[in-house]
Write a protein that binds this ligand. Sequence first.
Ligand code: SF4
Length: 433
Amino acid sequence: MRTKTLKKNKINVVTLGCSKNVYDSEVLMGQLRASNKEVVHEEEGNIVVINTCGFINNAKEESVNTILEYVQKKEEGIVDKVFVTGCLSERYKPDLQKEIPNVDEYFGTTELPGLLKALGADYKHELIGERVTTTPKNYAYFKIAEGCDRPCSFCAIPIMRGKHRSTPMEELVVEAEKLAAKGVKELILIAQDLTYYGLDLYKKRNLAELLEKLARVEGIEWIRMHYAFPTGFPMDVLEVMRNEPKVCNYLDIPLQHISDSILKSMRRGTTKAKTTKLLEEFRAAVPEMAIRTTLIVGYPGETEEDFQTLKQWVKEMRFERLGCFTYSHEENTHAYNLEDDVPEEVKMDRANEIMEIQSQISWELNQQKIGKEFRVVIDRKEGGYFVGRTEFDSPDVDNEVLINAEDDYLRTGEFFNVKITAAEDFDLYAEVV
Ligand code: SF4
């Protein structure tokens, strides 16, 4: 493995895609470090591992371009070895091996032991919960399950990640304790379908019990939930959210659409009436809850009427946080049998219209925060500001709270009480109180 220039082997892990890929890269790095391998994350290294995303067209393109970029560097002798893992590799390995043969080896999403062997390391089962976190040290993504049993027509994730597998609760508690010991204060719970947790292992939805157990881990201050699913939502989670101060009054629940005919075609197992009722139950149970959702526009057969229904509903529901994607026609998904009949520019126009409505809603909701006090955690210093978040904001996707660095010196990773002094559509300005 030694290079012509006798460079010491340094493994550079490059992560693309979602927070679950971030988690997987961190586990890989933890295993490599335990085998005394020098490993870095997105820095210089003569051996490169690209953890790819294969979800939708844009993400696939970015993954292919990143592979080509490093293969180019290999041909120029800048790097010695290039390995590829993650969802794109899981989904398209035979095509990639043919199209980009100058990659040393391709691995799927369940082939960590094989990848480690190729890197001269051994897989150590006893390292449960050991990982090299790549996020700011005050928070960490916390994957509680892998895979998905849902039949959503547009989604290729079950093809790449397999069936739903919950991680045993005792392992998760050990992992949380280890993270807390390293200074992590916020656990961001992730899975493909968070609310399915426990159905395979404990034959019941067990997210509420897991939340209570994690809340008892010393050092953990905030527990945040991402990727809930509307159908069969475990309502006991709301009780824990209401009663347990460490569980953020925050829920990310991708709903994708609201027109009944589109929800039916998407095989989401719910309706406009049921979804609206569920959200009303959320608001009644935890009035100050911030709800984040994700929508898809331009799905096959989406009529102007379907879109108007969605637009009107977004105005009525007034989500605190909302993201909108354009439909991506994905091979081997159920929807791939349908005609991708909404033109790209119409898809883009519809996504922009939804986000314009949401910017206005977000601006109005943020105005109501002026003069109010909140507890914020400081993630970083940027320009002349300390940048933080309230419990209603998840990293990278939600609002940020900006505190003038000339007025105060704030330690990153610490919590402070602030008063909101000004607000824009997606950012708040504050002073420490
Ligand atoms: S629940 Fe999410 S990950 Fe699972 S199939 Fe549906 S969209 Fe895909």
